[in-house]
Design a protein around this ligand. Structure first.
Ligand code: GLU
Length: 480
């Protein structure tokens, strides 16, 4: 039987780190097994659900590259089927109508919790035969409760192994509320069966729902899916990850310039291990290596330093074609100029990207660094100016003029540029640094940059010369 899994978010908030990881594990299993990954939007809480949130969740998944099969299912569309399942359970004697007054039950819960647990059933069982159906036909308000059978509910959890619950600890859960709406456990069991789900992979926080859903499946005579409960993600303090620890919405990481592949790699390792100490894994490697057996039993700590590190690793491995496109997307006002640059001289444009890539934490950061080459003029950093120009502006003017002469007419590549400038330093009897530092300020406005020969090459002859010219003017006006 082919694998069919689902991600079942409630659209009451954005896609969060925990949900994204649950989605990812389901997706990895489906893709590995060549099965289907389905989406079910659990929108039965009408007041708290919104279409905007549904869209935000779908956008988050798409950004992560987690694609789904078939049309997303709306849980609210299945209400009639959920009700029909409850009626079937009633007919088979595995559920009963509960006419207890909610207020009375609430009072009893406070006074005698143990008795409150068995009270609705004892009331139902004390009704004469046929009475409950008669009252229901007369529209007397009531809930429908599941009649939890005696014994034990046991399953082999793919993560935690054999897991047991004593049925006596499970209350007769409500299946239909008095307004006829289905409850969470009925809806989920009914939908999982209807969608042909083979594996339910979800957070540990659902473990206590699982025996209830298993019992519902059993009493309806349906096959059971495999269950796998993945551990919660923890904050640095070891407590369950929450907003208090910082960004938890996936969109915030997108905003920060984290790459989808880095996020996927990071999420995969938050609760799963490849069985080796490898950490940088591509999407394809994750798909081929993922297994539920290697999901960890204990929660892992969400470590943003590791995410940033992984982001650099994935940035370093991105093929130039995709990287260049992504950089263009982040360039804002400089984009048209960058596009023209790429069209005229893609080798030099790509060299500029390569030059900044190892120095960048993200694509956005890289784009920001490229703006130094793209900007119309240079913005001088006062600290750099103070350090490398101000002591002897007259000397700097002379040097920049000499640089201009040395570069005149040479072939425009980093090696020739280096040769020309080193030759100049030698002729002048100064250390190369004495020429390079003031020149760096002239070309970039800054005190630090990648190697100056590469910077000159990437800037291009024309722009390099016009920046030297502009620096000379600035220096002359300073010198008065
Ligand atoms: N809607 C539930 C949640 O967001 C998921 C239920 C499930 O996966 O069974 O936690």
């Amino acid at each position: 039987m082919s694998v069919r899994v689902r991600f079942a978010p409630s659209p009451t908030g954005f896609l969060h780190v925990g949900g994204a990881r649950t989605a990812l594990y389901n997706w990895l299993l489906a893709r590995r097994e060549k099965g289907a990954f389905l989406l079910r939007i659990e929108d039965t809480d009408r007041d708290r659900s919104s279409l905007e949130m549904v869209q935000a969740i779908l956008d988050g998944l798409s950004w992560l590259g987690i694609d789904w099969d078939e049309e997303p299912v709306l849980q609210s569309a299945g209400i009639e089927r959920h009700r029909a399942d409850a009626v079937q359970l009633l007919e088979r004697g595995f559920a009963y109508r509960d006419f207890t007054d909610p207020e009375e039950l609430r009072r009893l819960r406070e006074e005698d919790p143990a008795r409150a647990l068995v009270y609705p059933r004892s009331q139902a069982d004390s009704l004469p035969i046929g009475e409950a159906e008669e009252r229901a036909r007369a529209d007397v308000p009531h809930a429908v409760r599941f009649r939890v059978p005696p014994g034990e509910t046991v399953w082999e959890d793919s993560v935690h192994g054999v897991t047991r619950f004593r049925n006596e600890d499970i209350e007769d859960l409500v299946l239909l509320r008095s307004d006829g709406t289905p409850t969470y456990n009925l809806a989920v069991a009914s939908d999982d069966a209807d969608m042909g789900i083979t594996h339910v992979i979800r957070g540990d926080d659902h473990v206590s729902n699982t025996p209830k859903q298993i019992l519902i499946h059993r009493m309806l005579g349906r096959a059971l899916p495999v269950f796998a409960h993945v551990p919660m993600i923890l904050g640095p303090d070891g407590k369950r990850l929450s907003k208090r620890h910082g960004a938890t919405a996936i969109s915030e990481y997108r905003e920060q310039g984290i790459l989808p592949d880095a996020m996927v790699n990071f999420l995969a390792l938050l609760g799963w291990s490849p069985g080796t100490d490898e950490e940088i894994l591509s999407r394809a490697e994750l798909v081929s290596r993922f297994s539920l057996e290697r999901v960890l039993k204990k929660g892992s700590i969400f470590d943003t330093t590791k995410l940033e590190w992984l982001n650099r690793q994935h940035l370093a491995r991105l093929p130039m074609e995709s990287l260049a496109d992504m950089v263009l997307g982040e360039l804002g006002e400089h984009r048209p100029r960058a596009e023209a640059w790429q069209a005229e001289d893609s080798a030099r444009f790509h060299a500029a990207i390569e030059l900044q890539r190892p120095r960048s934490a993200s694509v956005r950061d890289l784009a920001r660094q490229l703006s130094v080459y793209l900007a119309e003029g240079v913005t001088f950093d006062p600290a750099a100016v103070a350090k490398y120009w101000e002591k002897s502006p007259g000397v700097v003017v002379g040097q920049l003029q000499a640089v201009r002469e040395a570069l005149e007419g040479i072939p425009w590549n980093a090696a020739s540029i280096e040769e020309a400038l080193r030759g100049l330093a030698e002729t002048q009897g100064v250390a190369a640094g004495a020429i390079i530092h003031p020149l760096r300020v002239a070309l970039t406005g800054q005190g630090v940059s990648p190697g100056i020969f590469e910077v000159l090459f990437v800037l291009g002859r024309e722009r390099a010369f016009s920046r030297i010219e502009a620096a000379l003017q600035a220096l002359r006006s300073r010198a008065g």
